[in-house]
Design a protein around this ligand. Structure first.
Ligand code: ADP
Ligand code: MG
Length: 282
């Protein structure tokens, strides 16, 4: 795997439509994601989460400011950035293996090499034997794994996921979260996960960026240093960070226009033995 790049948003704003009468989707975003880190992005529907991912992927350009990946402004889609879109983006008319290799074909990888890498990626996510199946023949969880395999086959160093598990029921969702954790730990890529689940954000994000709505602004950047191990879910830090995220989502407070630094929350000795308060799924 190539060494993973750092991602930077430098005062990024995004408007759709014409400057005069367009809608501002994101305003003044400034944050960075360290090389190899996993960051979760959470906020109300319509606050610009998908747009932020599309800018990192090079599919949308900021109206103002710059998005940098590996120190360079993203001018076009990078070869080694994988984006798993909200609807997974699987092609119903292609077999599972052809779905996994589609990104490789676009990148002009030879067919035999693409199929070898595709099979290996399917094995890695536990889908060996399903190469010839069509997406409709796979369960929701398997389709999810197929979308992961597509990213793995690309040999990505940046993985962007847009609410990847929102259609999955709660029990299976925890298993897939574990699979994502293992994938991130073993591959070392830089990762941004958009989710509307507080628990998912706190399980998988070493930092949780909280956006407010209309236009999306960064209202909190919450440290979560315990993320990255399976035992995190059962820790008192997990519960404490869930509460911080919920409080930030519940804003707005007076002074919400202040620079994000002034509302930066640090995890430092929060309530150690309180539990609960983490049931939000929304
Ligand atoms: P989220 O993923 O947080 O729900 P989006 O990034 O999808 O938010 O959208 C942010 C805002 O930008 C919304 O108000 C949405 O209606 C608007 N928007 C998104 N994509 C487009 C587009 N292609 N054209 C016009 N408006 C858009
Ligand atoms: Mg979205």
């Amino acid at each position: 795997m190539p060494s993973a790049p750092r991602i930077e948003f430098n005062d990024v704003s995004l408007s759709y439509g014409r400057p005069s009468d367009g809608t501002e989707a994101l305003s003044g975003l400034r944050f960075s994601v360290e090389a190899g880190a996993s960051v979760a992005l959470i906020g109300p529907s319509g606050c610009g989460k998908s747009s932020a991912l599309r800018m990192i992927a090079g599919l949308t350009s900021p109206t103002a400011g710059e998005v940098l990946v590996g120190g360079r402004p993203v001018a076009k889609p990078r070869r080694s950035t994988a984006l798993i879109p909200q609807n997974l983006g699987l092609f119903p008319w292609k077999t599972a293996l052809d779905n996994v290799t589609v990104g490789l074909s676009i990148r002009k990888v030879a067919r035999s090499e693409a199929r070898r890498r595709g099979r290996e990626a399917m094995r890695e996510v536990g889908l060996e034997g399903f190469e010839a199946a069509y997406p409709r023949e796979l369960s929701g969880g398997m389709q999810q794994r197929l979308a992961f395999a597509r990213a793995i086959a690309l040999d990505m160093d940046v993985l962007l996921m847009d609410e990847p598990l929102s259609a999955i029921d709660a029990l299976l969702r925890e298993q897939l979260q574990d699979a994502l954790l293992d994938l991130w730990a073993s591959s070392g890529h830089t990762q941004v996960l958009v989710t509307h689940s507080i628990e998912e954000a706190v399980y998988l994000g070493q930092r949780i960026l909280v956006l407010s709505g209309h236009p999306g602004r960064l209202v909190a950047d919450i440290a979560n240093s315990g993320a990255g191990t399976r035992s995190h879910r059962d820790s008192s830090e997990f519960a404490a960070v869930c509460r911080k995220v919920r409080a930030a989502l519940d804003g707005p407070r007076s002074g919400a226009d202040a620079p994000s630094d002034s509302v930066l929350h640090e995890v430092s000795g929060g309530p150690a033995n309180e539990k609960g308060g983490c049931s939000h799924e929304g």
